[in-house]
Design a protein around this ligand. Sequence first.
Ligand SMILES: C[S@@+](CC[C@H](N)C(=O)[O-])C[C@H]1O[C@@H](n2cnc3c(N)ncnc32)[C@H](O)[C@@H]1O
Length: 230
Amino acid sequence: MSHSRIANTFDTWATAGKGEGMEKGHGDVVFQVIPQLGIRPGDQILDLGCGIGWATRALAKVAAGAGAVGVDISPEMIAKAEALHSYTIRARYEVMPFEALDLKDNHFSHVFSMEALYYAPDIDQSLAEVLRVLKPGGRADIIIDFYSDNESTQGWSDTIDAPMTWMSEAEWITKFENSGFEDVGTTRVVDSRGPGEEVDFTPGNVYPDWASRVRFHEAGSLWIHAKKPG
Ligand SMILES: C[S@@+](CC[C@H](N)C(=O)[O-])C[C@H]1O[C@@H](n2cnc3c(N)ncnc32)[C@H](O)[C@@H]1O
């Protein structure tokens, strides 16, 4: 079963401290995007694939009375999210697959996700669920690094034991449009810290050489933004 394979992989990541590593790695891009989401007082935000919940908490803190729910298939990620939780923040975390969200229809003003949707074994069903739980006029803001216009990411699926779908920017746009979203667009977000320093770089399975690391950085994260009609 794909979901148990994903959960096993990310449980292992959580135990190894990679949840905190992702906060460092993804934080710059996420903190560039969050102020552009138009989160207002009282808004309810869903964070798909929340990992240890750092972005869930950041989203809930944007506006007075806003609240956020983080969902993830990995029980160890969710356990860490709960351990890191602050009771001054309106956030909670649940073990749940994207494809079957145990959440109310038409409830969320925003669905956010960082580096998670391409792991879904059924992306169409996941997008149908996102559409169902969004309020009419609500926004989906999905960020991914693993997409085929960023060629340096091609080898990632050989290094991660989980299903991964490598699509182009154009294919992602079509998928969102075919799922019933409107105003579908994309923005590339480049990490403002740069690619790092060549002297600190060690070649590995993910980036075989410094040039591929630089190309990865220059392509940027793909931010897909879309709206539920209504
Ligand atoms: C690369 S991590 C990103 C975590 C977090 N967004 C961050 O940036 O730190 C992807 C997360 O998505 C979760 N995930 C992947 N596929 C999922 C699915 N179909 N349903 C629920 N969670 C899933 C994984 O368990 C993992 O914690």
